[in-house]
Design a protein around this ligand. Structure first.
Ligand code: FES
Length: 102
């Protein structure tokens, strides 16, 4: 079980819990604004771009090479960027805070 907090572009904090599947799927299922998941989670659209709270990078890890390639094309990407379709829900992610990228 992981509790995930999304900070939307209007600074609303949305706290969701999930056990399996991707963080993107969890967000889309709960209509988190700004997480669209247009490609269905195959790392080819960047509509699931989030910024990880710096101290939570230990929970998420760094983006993979293929993810980095996609993030290079995304607006506002930085060293804390992840595509949340690449983040699988697990106990390791519990408490993570993700800001939806603009
Ligand atoms: S849903 Fe398309 S890259 Fe994550």
């Amino acid at each position: 079980m992981a509790k995930v907090t999304f900070i939307t572009n209007n600074n609303e904090a949305i706290v969701l819990e999930g056990t399996t599947g991707s963080v993107m799927a969890l967000a889309v299922a709960h209509n988190v604004k700004g997480i669209d998941g247009d490609c269905g989670g195959v790392c080819s659209c960047a509509t699931c771009h989030v910024h990880v709270k710096p101290e939570d990078m230990v929970k998420t890890g760094q983006a993979s090479e293929i993810e980095m390639d996609m993030l290079e094309l995304a607006d506002n990407s930085n060293e804390y960027s992840r595509l949340c379709c690449r983040l699988e829900l697990s106990d390791d992610l519990d408490g993570v805070v993700l800001t939806v990228a603009k």
